[in-house]
Design a protein. Structure first.
Length: 303
């Protein structure tokens, strides 16, 4: 396009209608080529670092995009390509041994797997479970992760500094567990049942589970805000984000954001109490205020 512009001004004075028509064709062709080169990818899941200043987004091509969060946008800083044989289901940021890490739960060769990556793209270790891993979250104080399995409705604890996995519980009423969030201060686990449209609350202290919220479609992501003690839920079937006040005596899922969403698959808390949403249907990441107002939208570009 740039090569065409200097000659365009010089020839405009003597241009004929045919010449102008040919110029228009060239401009349209080059613009179409540039547009075709800038393809967009669909975001599937996400999480942020402890301060919420960094955002990590996994797209449908198994590439993790690392963004720096600004006041009005996202600046991409790096990418990590996962093995195409690994099917990711949920991810969480972790900090252990003075290192920033990503833990990604999923399946490989029909077996449940959790992979640990450094932010420079190196796979550091892995855990294997008998059942497919579908949800994961990390506890900073205990340096351990909690993992849900979809086909057995079980929850396990992983030692981030070691290689052991410990059975925690089985949610007896669940059909197919999915994403998971951990309230470390109160030792409570929130885990979604994607088949029944529910979110369960499990107390590690009392070893009791109950339904926290129901009447959802197929929740694909949950995240917990320890300051407000609110749980956020992504529900692509309802094209909305819901929130639950866990302090309430009668908690229920209430709409948080829906007008700008097509298929919200993932979400994460970021800086300044904002909520980032991975909209698979729109190939974009949207950021909302704590009140549910859309602040900005960033298209996710393909590698």
């Amino acid at each position: 396009m740039r090569d065409l512009l200097p000659n365009l001004r010089r020839d405009m004075a003597k241009a004929t209608p045919l010449f102008l028509f040919l110029i228009a064709l060239v401009v349209i062709f080059q613009a179409g080529t540039l547009e075709a080169q800038e393809r967009h990818e669909r975001p599937v899941m996400m999480d942020s670092n402890g301060s919420g200043s960094e955002l990590y987004v996994l797209d449908a091509s198994s590439v993790v995009h690392e963004f720096r969060v600004t006041d009005d946008g996202l600046e991409e800083r790096g990418r990590i390509s996962l093995s195409p044989e690994f099917i990711a289901a949920d991810m969480t940021y972790a900090s252990s041994g003075g290192r920033d890490l990503l833990l990604i739960a999923g399946a490989q060769a029909g077996q449940g797997v959790v992979l640990m990556y450094s932010l420079d793209g190196k796979q550091l270790k892995s855990w294997s479970l008998q059942n497919v891993c579908s949800g994961i979250d990390f506890g900073k104080a205990t340096h351990s992760a909690y993992v849900a399995t979809s086909d057995s409705s079980e929850i396990y604890q992983l030692d981030a500094s070691g290689s052991e996995s410990t059975y925690v519980t089985r949610i007896a009423d669940a059909t197919r567990l999915g994403p998971l969030a951990f309230d470390e201060a109160r030792k409570e686990i929130y885990v979604a049942d994607v088949a029944r449209g529910r979110v369960y609350q499990y107390s590690i202290t009392t070893k009791a589970a109950k339904v926290l919220a129901g009447e959802l479609s197929a929740p694909t992501a949950v995240t917990f805000d320890p300051e407000s003690r609110r749980l956020y839920i992504a529900d692509p079937g309802r094209r909305a984000i819901f929130t639950v006040d866990t302090k309430s005596k009668n908690p229920s899922a209430t709409p948080f954001a829906s007008d700008s969403l097509k298929a919200p698959y993932g979400l994460a808390l970021i800086s300044k109490s904002r909520i980032a949403v991975a909209d698979y249907g729109d190939s974009s990441v949207l950021v909302f205020s704590s009140k549910g107002a859309l602040l900005f939208r960033t298209l996710l570009k393909s590698p």
